[in-house]
Write a protein that binds this ligand. Structure first.
Ligand code: NAD
Length: 494
């Protein structure tokens, strides 16, 4: 019998008050590797009270001292990188190499947040009016919370809390109930680095915990990452109770191949984008558009490259494609492939029948003749499925991809600077790649899409983190002389 994992509240490992649990399943073996408690509003309230209590002192701790635990955490994360990567593979299914990328990107967030003394600096201007100066400073607000998805168990929580706490806020994290073990271990490391109790808290659960976080009057802001339906729900619920909310949703990512591109390396980058992390990336390519004569080259190259894909357990070094997260996800993807065929797609490679007898494996699938407006062209599949489309011009390709309700990422493969410039200027997705399959902005830039892929005003990490996790204050200053008159500098006397 597996143990039920605990919350981490006020520096203590605390059992959840929720009695129901969710099985944490290794998607490659179908083995139950833990039990996640479905927490209740009481758990959220305990964590928020601890965070509120810690805020008073933490917000007044000098910023240079607030980042010291993060420096220590970076070292501990690096020392334990293989162990953390193994945990990610076991609960998420991605390959060991992909898992290492997941935690490495997380470490880069910690490194960037260590720069908070510079990031948080304000502005000042002397003599904005006669003998009056003005300073603009950033202040922490209080308690923040993040609700995160299953697909990046290590990285996504690091998009938020290191920046929030370095800026002087306190924090409650709710990881995905499907992959909480990576965060359990990371919190064991957090416990060692010297944050005062209550500064960073962990609460497990699903719907009830999410709703309690959205409604809690002592939470100032919420960061959400997950599907569009839940992103909308969290954005609406959180903002209606007066919170700052940034909610990142799903995606449908198009990539375009021009006839002048470096064909082999471009198509390799496109295929890696579609099948990497089993297609379960918000930046995963989904529809590949070949422009003009590039279309037949695209099709032939994709069929050639698919032969290199090796499905298997992510801990096996030969594996390039791990399982999808759950049995339900596998069934949903198979149903989507069936609908695509009914809607006129031609199946060039059928991955519905996996050679593996256990585990939630799908072999890679390639569908051709995808038409705009069909399910394959519009719905996030979140699995190892490529859809091929033809466009007669770059203009037409841009029109097709801009018609999507989502706008997370898109890439163009070309050797023409003119085409690249035009593409980048005209596409709706806000994270654009030129000859890159997964153009994920790094920690020191900001991340986030548009349309149904993002709800809110302020993107995540980079300079946006400071914007989201602080309040701007201005102070206007005037001094009088001993007589109570305003001193006028000789500079301004005529
Ligand atoms: P999900 O929406 O099912 O779950 C995300 C979080 O919401 C989890 O913590 C979960 O417990 C909670 N949740 C789920 N259902 C809920 C409900 N009905 N009410 C309240 N809370 C609920 O998403 P997922 O399956 O874990 O992750 C995959 C999705 O995340 C994909 O759509 C993917 O595109 C998206 N994603 C987006 C980005 C981005 O940057 N835009 C990044 C990563 C993942």
């Amino acid at each position: 019998m597996q143990n039920v994992i605990s919350n981490y509240i006020a520096g203590q490992w605390t059992p959840s008050t929720g009695k129901e649990t969710v099985e944490i399943i290794n998607p490659a073996t179908e083995e139950v590797i833990g039990l996640s408690p479905l927490g209740k509003a009481e758990d959220v309230n305990s964590a928020v009270q601890a965070a509120t209590k810690a805020f008073l002192q933490w917000s007044q701790t000098p910023v240079i001292d607030r980042v010291q635990p993060l420096f220590k955490l970076k070292m501990l994360l690096e020392e334990n990188i293989d162990f953390i990567s193994t945990l990610i593979v076991q609960e998420n299914g991605k390959t060991f190499k992909e898992a290492k990328g997941d935690i490495l990107r997380g470490i880069q967030m910690v490194e960037t947040a260590c720069g908070m003394p510079s990031l948080m600096m304000g502005e000042a201007l002397q003599n904005i009016a006669n003998e009056i100066d003005c300073t603009a400073t950033r202040r922490p607000l209080g308690v923040f919370a993040a609700i995160t998805p299953f697909n990046f168990p290590a990285m996504v929580p690091f998009w938020f809390w290191p920046f929030a706490v370095a800026a002087g806020n306190t924090f409650v994290l709710k990881p995905s109930e499907r992959v909480p073990l990576t965060q359990m271990f990371i919190f064991e490391l957090i416990e060692k680095v010297g944050f005062p109790p209550g500064v960073i808290n962990l609460v497990h659960g699903a719907v009830d915990v999410v709703n309690a976080l959205c409604d809690h009057p002592q939470i100032e802001g919420i960061s959400f990452v997950g599907s569009t339906a839940v992103a909308k729900h969290v954005y609406t619920k959180g903002t209606s109770s007066g919170k700052r909310v940034q909610a990142l949703g799903g995606a449908k990512n198009y990539m375009v191949l021009m006839p002048d591109a470096s064909m082999e390396s471009s198509v390799k980058a496109m295929v890696d984008s579609c099948y990497g992390c089993a297609g379960e990336r918000c930046l995963a390519g989904s529809i590949l558009i070949g422009v003009g004569e590039a279309y037949s080259t695209l099709k032939n190259e994709v069929l050639k490259q698919v032969k290199n894909v090796v499905t298997g357990n992510g801990l096996d070094s030969k594996t390039t494609l791990g399982p999808v997260i759950s049995k339900q996800a596998k069934q949903r993807i198979i149903a989507d492939i069936e609908t695509a065929i009914k809607e006129g797609a031609e199946i060039l490679i059928d991955g519905r029948q996996s050679k593996h007898v256990s585990g939630y494996f799908l072999e890679p699938t390639v569908l051709d003749n995808i038409r705009p407006g069909t399910l394959m062209a519009t719905k996030e599949i979140f699995g190892p499925v490529i859809g091929l489309m033809k466009a007669n011009s770059l203009e037409e390709a841009i029109e097709i991809l801009n018609s999507s309700n989502y706008a997370n990422t898109t890439s163009l493969f070309t050797n023409s600077g003119k085409a690249a410039r035009e593409f980048s200027a005209r596409v709706s997705p806000t994270m654009v790649g030129i000859n890159l399959g997964v153009p994920a902005p790094m920690a020191f830039f900001s991340f986030g899409g548009a349309k149904e892929s993002f709800f809110g005003d302020v993107k995540v990490h980079g300079s946006s983190a400071c914007e989201f996790f602080t309040e701007r204050h201005t102070t206007m200053i005037r001094w009088f002389n001993e007589e109570g008159d305003q001193e006028v500098s000789p500079l301004w006397k005529n």
